[in-house]
Design a protein around this ligand. Sequence first.
Ligand code: ATP
Ligand code: MG
Length: 571
Amino acid sequence: MRFHKTLIPTLKEDPVDAQVVSHRLMLRAGLIRPLGSGIYTWLPLGLRVLRKVEAIVRQEMDNAGAQEVLMPAVQPAELWQESGRWDFYGKELLRFTDRHDRPCCFGPTHEEVISDLVRREIRSYRQVPANFYQIQTKFRDEIRPRFGIMRGREFLMKDAYSFDLDAEGLDASYQSMFAAYQRIFQRCGLAFRAVEADTGSIGGASSHEFHVLAESGEDVIISCDQCDYAANLEKAIAAEADAEAGEAAAPLEKVATPGQKSIEEVARFLQLPMDRLIKSLLVETPAGPILLLVRGDRSLNMIKAANALKLPQVTIPDADRAAYWAGVSMGSLGPVESRLPVVADHELRNLRNFVCGANEEGCHLRNVNWQRDLPVPQFADLRNVTAGEPCARCHSGRLQRHQGIEVGHVFKLGDKYSKAMNVKVLDSQGNEQILVMGCYGIGVSRIVAAAIEQNHDANGIRWPRSLAPFQVELILMNPRDSNEAATGEQLYQALQQAGVEVLLDDRDERAGVKFKDADLLGCPMRLLVGGRSFKEGMVELQSRAGDLSQRIPIQDALATLLPLVKGEGHG
Ligand code: ATP
Ligand code: MG
């Protein structure tokens, strides 16, 4: 491809509103342009990268035996009403009506559509297992689209759906997708980690997320430094501390804590460590307010809270509303003689002589003990684990925290959709049997951003070889020099004939501008034609990674370069 004939609108300056590196670099390298909030146009170079990711995903899905289909983006509401998700999905679902006033949505995911297809077309146990996938544009009206295409509203996803006769079949389908995902992310040149994920309101079944490790990642993942335990924050647990050999119950006291609102303030005021205090948090649910308790030095995980209460979500009301329900301001709220239902984190089971709000303005209770002072509540997993806690699986390792970008998600759905939508086949005895499903997503466009987050330096992108828009950028330092231009053209043709993807920077620009842009665009290899080297019959070969820089005779350029650009992997 010739630079001067291609739309590659590089920017010298960092765009002001781009917060993460990948967003900045994608704009600066001219890979994408915004059209509106969370919606982007892919320009020629960006699209080349996107297509590379797509090709890897497609190949591995095909190898794993999945069949490619392409489902409609626009979906009739009836299907969503049938599955029960029309009311449940919330504002991320873009809904509209067609000219006949029929409600529709733009698909954020396709469980309903594929279930409808399979119930119509698959009748016999002989036709399963079956796995269908597509690579298609999704729309989710994200509340806060951000970081460019990382969290867009419109994005490209690969979604696959497996159908099996029974749980064993589903296990096999799941394993096969899991292995395909590992190959996909390896081939994309990404450092990633598969973690156990929360299955939310679907419950029971298992789920893993694949995360690309990057500081800018929005998700927290927890892993053990000794065994292979890894989970996202919503799912991660730590080993519970052993019950302490009983501290005797001390007499209950009410203490004045005037003006001490936060846990930190109260702990300092009472000269106690934070882990002797209980944090009382009021959450709002459709059934009314509930009091949740975690240790003073811990934080509540809202997804764990929702799961514990078997609700799709819980919310924290604003201070006024909470105070209205509690009858006291949040800093003095506590579980003793509370009118609210109480759920406490597991960790509090063995806590003795603790401190909590007294439900009286500016007062706390000290030496509180379960049973003696208040009924033993329901216990559940409510809190975030923290780095350094012991691992619940191996008990010898310590938990570590990393930031991750979720690029893939595999999920055993079981019969959630197939039951609601009556997806069944006749088994070998002629009996009807509901199929069990798995679903498997990959954020194809998000991978492009994630790859940049992991592969860049101060000057620009450093593409993994497998995703680079071009393997080689061929730079003509002075295209007005007819000798240079002729040599450049010959090399360009020869490289293309050898099957190398090459970008010829033939622009009438200063060499410095071209070098800067080449750094920004991040092709793994660069071949410079011009300057003193050229007069001496040489070209310069450089790697973007900086580990190679050599002068080679012009006639050897091809032979030297070819082995360096063939094959996939990190470049
Ligand atoms: P997230 O927690 O990041 O919102 P999700 O759990 O909603 O993701 P899934 O429904 O599992 O995501 O979708 C499958 C994949 O699609 C995700 O693993 C992610 O890589 C990608 N994805 C989801 N939402 C977006 C988005 N708004 N922009 C880009 N990619 C996305
Ligand atoms: Mg989401």
